[in-house]
Design a protein around this ligand. Structure first.
Ligand code: KIV
Length: 285
């Protein structure tokens, strides 16, 4: 029986200098392949708004969307550490509402941890409240799409000394508030390094350089599936989009040419006696 990965194993990996491998996932099938490949952590990100649901931002994503996709991922990856991303307006209003919604990720979808964005006092307070309720919570700082209206778009952060120091201080406050880990997105490598060096919790990075304790990518970017836009930090490891296109095109061409299905291969068998009886019966209809 495979062993379930917990926060204890992730902490041990950091202590041993082993990099944590983190990928997003949104459905049963992809999660199954991710677990088979030995991915350490899966984020059911609110990026599902862009990647799966076809929205042009993460703002429309609801708690119901998240719970449904988290349940599917949990079924596909029962032994992986899975993080549920708290969608816009599921934690902004109050500590109480944040705890109630974080609880849904655990109770209804079997998540190991929740993640929320932000470096302001409200984010610190939500992290403390969720942690006090006994739920693992990951902070998310740097490029935080739920703050894109205030940031003037999804742009890299921490590019001045002052901005970098603000992020480094925020990471410390989130850790003090009880965050079990922090995801740092879209910052120069030197900022990712400074945050990682001061922390006593796992620091994961996406577009935050090579020094963080682990790396996250959006699965659909790295397998060449999502091509609406590609951030600078993405490396492509596959051509799933190209493979789908080749398969769909070949199928369409064979159906139109009458080459698929081939009844000698793709059809159910009937005994010669039953076939003869059927043909006879059809004649008298
Ligand atoms: O929703 C998500 O997938 C994320 C990552 C882009 C960091 O939060």
């Amino acid at each position: 029986m495979a062993k379930k990965k917990t926060i204890i194993e992730l902490r041990k990996m950091v202590a041993a200098g082993e990099k944590i491998v983190y990928l997003t996932g949104y459905d049963y099938l992809t999660a199954k392949y991710e677990e088979r490949a030995g991915i350490d952590m899966i984020l059911v990100g609110d990026s599902l708004g862009n990647v799966i649901l076809g929205h042009d931002s993460t703002f429309p994503v609801t708690m119901e969307d998240m719970i449904m996709h988290c349940k599917a991922v949990r079924k596909g990856a029962p032994n992986t550490f899975v993080v549920g991303d708290m969608p816009f307006m599921s934690y902004q209003l109050s500590d109480e509402e944040a705890v109630a919604n974080a609880g849904r990720f655990v109770k209804e979808a079997g998540m190991d941890c929740v993640k929320l964005e932000g470096i302001n006092d409200a984010a610190i307070s939500r992290v403390k409240a969720i942690n006090d309720a006994g739920i693992l919570v990951m902070g998310h700082i740097g490029l935080t799409p739920q703050f894109s209206l205030q940031m003037g778009g999804n742009r890299a952060q921490g590019k001045s000394c002052d901005a970098a120091l603000k992020l480094i201080d925020a990471a410390r406050k989130l850790e003090e508030a009880g965050a079990c880990s922090i995801l740092v997105e879209g910052v120069p490598a030197i900022v990712g390094k400074a945050i990682t060096e001061q922390a006593n919790i796992p620091i994961l990075g996406i577009g935050a350089g090579s020094y963080t304790d682990g790396q996250l990518l959006i699965f659909a970017d790295m397998v060449g599936y999502f091509d609406d836009f590609t951030p600078k930090f993405v490396k492509r490891y596959g051509d799933v989009g190209g493979e789908l296109l080749r398969s769909f095109t070949a199928y369409a061409q064979e159906v139109r040419a009458g080459q698929f299905p081939d009844d000698s291969i793709h059809s159910y068998k009937i005994s010669p006696e039953e076939a003869a009886a059927l043909e006879e019966a059809l004649k008298s209809r």
